[in-house]
Design a protein around this ligand. Sequence first.
Ligand code: NAD
Ligand code: 0WE
Length: 256
Amino acid sequence: MGLMSGKRGIVFGVANEMSIAWGIAQQLKEHGAEMAFTYLNGSLEKRVRPLAEQLGSSIILPCDVSKDEDIEAVFEELRKEWGSIDFVVHAVAFADREDLKRPFSQTSRDGFKLAMDISAYSLVAVTRCAIPLMNEGGSVLTLTYLGAQRAVPNYNVMGVAKAALEASVRYLASELGEQQIRVNAISAGPIRTLAASGIANFRTKIKLMDDFAPLRRTVTQEEVGKSATYLLSDLASGVTGEVHYVDAGFSTVVSA
Ligand code: NAD
Ligand code: 0WE
């Protein structure tokens, strides 16, 4: 019997085999979970469908999290197919690429709104639609980054959006605890994914990890997946409203 045997859930945010969401899904499968997947658009469907099928999934749906009707349609489909769910993985973020380069003070109103909508509000919208389907003991997990808590060069408007995301985790957790639904975040160290490609000086973030993180390296998608499995399982039945760091200890030290 696996940790996740008999549990069903949905994973938002697989783009390809490098995605953190894919690392999480593989671990969840290893421990017996059954999963549905969403993809952003048609060109990503070609990537996501074969990956989902590899884990024995047949519920593979389009969802742009900036559209309430997309999110509603996804959960309506889950209601028809399964009736209820046990977990949600939210691994979605987006900001205008230019806003991760320019000085933070140059962030436009539209750029700020876009980052907040896709990277923070979407957790609220997804959770709201999930609530009526969630079994007692259900668990919601999102992904965040240290830039929510400290000013990390170039993370800029994404750091502000992640701060809003982390606060949303606490408010959702405080509200949903009554229904025994838990809400947590994993703050992952830098990992080479699609969302990290084209980030100026991403190599320097990895180098900082190799030089200063207690484990003298960054973390892997598999390591994030292992902690995610714990937080989504009944092993973490007493854990909610938390930001759990999977960053090789980087956030706990200072280079002096
Ligand atoms: P990724 O590019 O593989 O995943 C990001 C996902 O967001 C993609 O699947 C993309 O399709 C999806 N997305 C973007 N806009 C969307 C929209 N409007 N609707 C629906 N989906 C949308 O990259 P990743 O690094 O695996 O990112 C997953 C999560 O992990 C993000 O929240 C990211 O902020 C977080 N994170 C990443 C790192 C890192 O260094 N890679 C570190 C800490 C946290
Ligand atoms: O959350 C992220 C990245 C999120 C992201 C990435 C992109 C690139 C492509 C959001 N929007 C976009 N928009 C695009 O057009 N991470 C935690 C990875 C990351 O990004 C950084 C980092 C780290 C770490 C940007 C600057 C500094 C560090």
